[in-house]
Design a protein. Sequence first.
Length: 625
Amino acid sequence: MQKPKSVSTLFERSVYAIAFVVIVASLHFAAEVLIPVTLSIILSFLIMPLVARLRRAGFGHNLSITLAVLIAVVVAGFIGILIASRVIQLASDAPLYAVVLHEKILALSNFANVGTNWFSERFRSVFDYGTLNSSNGAATGGAVPKFLDGASLPGNDPRFLLQWLIRFAWPILSSTGVVLAVLVFVLFEHEALRDRFIRVTGTRDIRATTVAVNEAGQRLSHYFVSQLIINACVGLTIAIALWIADLSGALLFGILAFVFRYVPYVGVLIAAAAAAFMGMISSDGWTLALTVVVIFVSVELVFSQFIEPLFYGHSTGLSPLSVVLSAIVWAWLWGPVGLVLSTPLTLCLVVFARHFESLRIFEILLADLPALSLSERFYQRALSNDAIEISRDARSYIRKRSLVAYCDKVLIPALMLAKADVDRGTIGEAERSAVGNSILVVLEDITADSKRRRRRLPKVSLADGASLGQILRSRREAVLGKMQGPISGPPRSLILVVPAHALYDSLMAEILVRVLRARDLDARHITPEEFMSPPPNANPALVGACFLVYSPADADTDSHAEGLTNTIAARLPHAARAAVRIADPFAEDSKPAQAEASEKLLVSFSEALEFALQNTTVDAPRQTA
């Protein structure tokens, strides 16, 4: 007996939920094993480009890997030695920094009037201040804590500092050794590991898995190499600037900026805070600390806003919110290492989600891609009667491209989505009214002249029994007059747009008129009845092109359009004629047959604009509306 669909769906969701909990628990409790392996795999993406360069230089496979690993170890060891030497030097100067820190805090408390005596007593209870022995020859001119006195402070002994550093660094060194060992084997078995991964995950679709693995490898390698170069330049720039500013430990804080910049958003702030704190405790005033902050802010702004976009683009492919959330989650799972690895791990997940349907939800939630297409976004906002948001998106799109492109790529697909819902009967009267009002407001906003566009959005509403096109036309006529412009001009300067059906096709006709007028073409929207009964002083020689706009419907519509086409050909034999039937972007084959009496069949506003430009004379700038 077959299980009900609801029961099967509930069972699948329960399995997914349990699997998710198991995976998260495994990541947390197996962190000691997974962190070195993950670090090794990710570092392999960083080193593989160097291995490839060495192989192209003529070195063998094994020798290239060995040299690349040695180069990485030497560079990392050199940086570690620099950090250790600077830490030892800063630790030996700790007593002097403690005195300056005490004075700065007291100065702040005096400035803020928070009770100097109260704060001083508590500060004194912690540090137990005394005076230096004159026999020690100290010339600091002030008090220092007893436990920082050179006679009793073991930290002044280099051997003690070295022992303390080794004891502190031993866990890091041991973990580094494990990572290095795994890294070497990953590099030597790189191709075999990739094949095994493809075999395990892509038996049914090896092509998709291969594409996903290759894309993940390329994007991660590009991301890490780019980040390495950019971060190294940032660290070097900051170190030089801090050295010029005479900050103690400038090189250490440059390296700190280089390392912490891998942490999204907050890394640079941590490095800047540490350097500013050193600037505060290593100088008498506050100028050095403020200078350090200015240096960090200036360098970060220059690199993040100008250098990085030129080097590898604005984004890693992740949305800003997903970067922050992934940093929180991975930091909770794996601590500081997870914080550093959060971006590449999330990037891997998004890349695989792009190629596997079962993981597609992660691409929707995490990728730096719009959840809805522009046309879907238009329709969704129109259902919510949010014309302001639609207009903002439209103006942004038009600034980058053009009005005609917006109408073809965004507006028409959105109208087709609305039409499909109307045909299915899934949209109510209130929603139809909201969509109609939104379309009216947006079209009025994006096709108005610059002076009217600077005003607030126009107030328009659907009139009873009137179509959207008729309302839009009447609003233009309120500005331009009943004839929508002068009835005189040079030959072939006028464009007539005739909707086959005054009620159903008038919106497309009005959109086309506004697209043409936006390019300084004198386009007029007239009904079939107005075309059959022109004004007495109308001159057919003024017409350079005539468009018949009609929607794909049935045989009766085609027959009616064919009759109008023949009438247009008879009355305007010297004008260029075209039938405009806007194609449905969601239909498999929506291009209709061409009417016999038309010179051309056009299926987009872009084609209509090109046809008009080729067959009309552009006169002086016409009045806009």
